[in-house]
Write a protein that binds this ligand. Structure first.
Ligand code: AN0
Ligand code: CP
Length: 311
């Protein structure tokens, strides 16, 4: 693996899931692989899980880790040819190359602006680091994708599945703030690679990008969609068609105990209690959000291992 910015960077999904599970059972087996190698993590936005699990994964492989909250650094200019007499202090061309001097691998979190769809879907931040840093880049959630989350989700589904082909439903749920489509996009792309019976449910107007959804079934009736599900993956996202807008705040989309029945409940976290999902679900045996978050470490570790092996 030369980088991990998108699900497409995975060559063989079942091989990577099984390698992640092997690492989970023996996390320190490759302590020498990352010796004298440095992971630099750049945070343009907040993070709890991505930050700590990726650092832990790197340390399990013997790597050194440095983190920078980019807001504490100089404002970076991403546009080409700009006369930089405004708020930006250095250009991505220098910033990325300089970071590349200090790093063997660069991991980046950078959310979308949710104002200009074309701009967000061009993935300028992460692609600029790929282009100018000269180092492998790992996505810790970008404008349109969260591939490490999706890999952790796939590992979790495989661990908890009791069927050859479980029914997995991605359900939208309400949220007071406009959120990225990233988690949903990568989850959909990942489910399309697995042997699962997968469908999506959301209110009208929340259709994800057609090039992501492809021929995955979409049902606007949540109750119907959730019938006999084995896994209910819940996530809010803002509209793709009315880009970045909140079109619906209908409380009837909240996930309740009654709606999920015997299904396992998944969410990438952080989750707003009693907005996205009732307390009773999170506190029930059906919730697997904590093991799901734990698997972020092994998703990151398998990705870092594969990149280190290709340096
Ligand atoms: C972010 C999102 O929805 O993309 C991060 C999730 C991992 N969530 C929030 O900002 C609440
Ligand atoms: N799930 C996830 O990526 O969480 P953080 O935003 O805390 O990193």
């Amino acid at each position: 693996m030369k980088k991990y910015t998108n699900i497409d960077d995975i060559q063989d999904v079942s091989a990577i899931i099984s390698e992640a599970k092997t690492l989970k059972s023996n996390p320190f087996a490759h302590k020498e692989l990352g010796k004298n190698k440095t992971l630099v993590m750049l945070f343009f936005n907040a993070s709890l899980r991505s930050r700590l699990s990726t650092e832990k994964a790197a340390k399990n492989l013997g790597m050194d880790v440095m983190s920078l909250n980019v807001n504490d650094s100089w404002n970076i200019e991403f546009e080409d040819g700009t006369i930089m007499n405004g708020n930006t202090s250095e250009h991505i061309k220098e910033a990325a190359q300089v970071i590349g001097q200090y790093a063997d691998i660069i991991a980046i979190r950078s959310f979308p602006g949710l104002v200009n769809r074309n701009k967000d879907y061009k993935e300028m931040v992460i692609n600029s680091f790929v282009k100018y840093s000269g180092k492998p880049v790992v996505n810790l959630e970008s404008a349109t994708a969260h591939p490490l989350q999706a890999l952790a989700d796939a590992i979790t589904i495989e661990e908890f599945s009791q069927k050859k082909k479980p029914k997995v439903v991605l359900s939208w749920a309400p949220h007071p703030k406009a959120l990225p489509q990233s988690v949903a996009n990568s989850f959909v792309s990942m489910m399309q690679l697995l042997e699962v019976d997968f469908s999506i449910t959301h209110p009208k107007g929340y259709e994800l990008a057609p090039e992501i959804v492809k021929n995955t079934p979409v049902n606007y009736n949540q109750e119907e969609a959730l019938q006999n599900a084995d896994f209910v993956y819940t996530k809010n996202w803002s509209s793709y068609s009315s880009y970045g807008e909140i079109l619906n705040n209908d409380k009837k989309w909240i996930i309740t105990k009654q709606k999920i029945g015997a299904a396992k409940f998944m969410h990438c976290l952080p989750v707003r209690r009693n907005v996205i999902v009732e307390d009773a679900v999170l506190e029930s045996e059906n919730s697997i959000v904590i093991p799901q978050a734990n698997n972020r470490t092994y998703a990151a570790q398998v990705v870092l291992k594969n990149i280190l092996e290709n340096l």
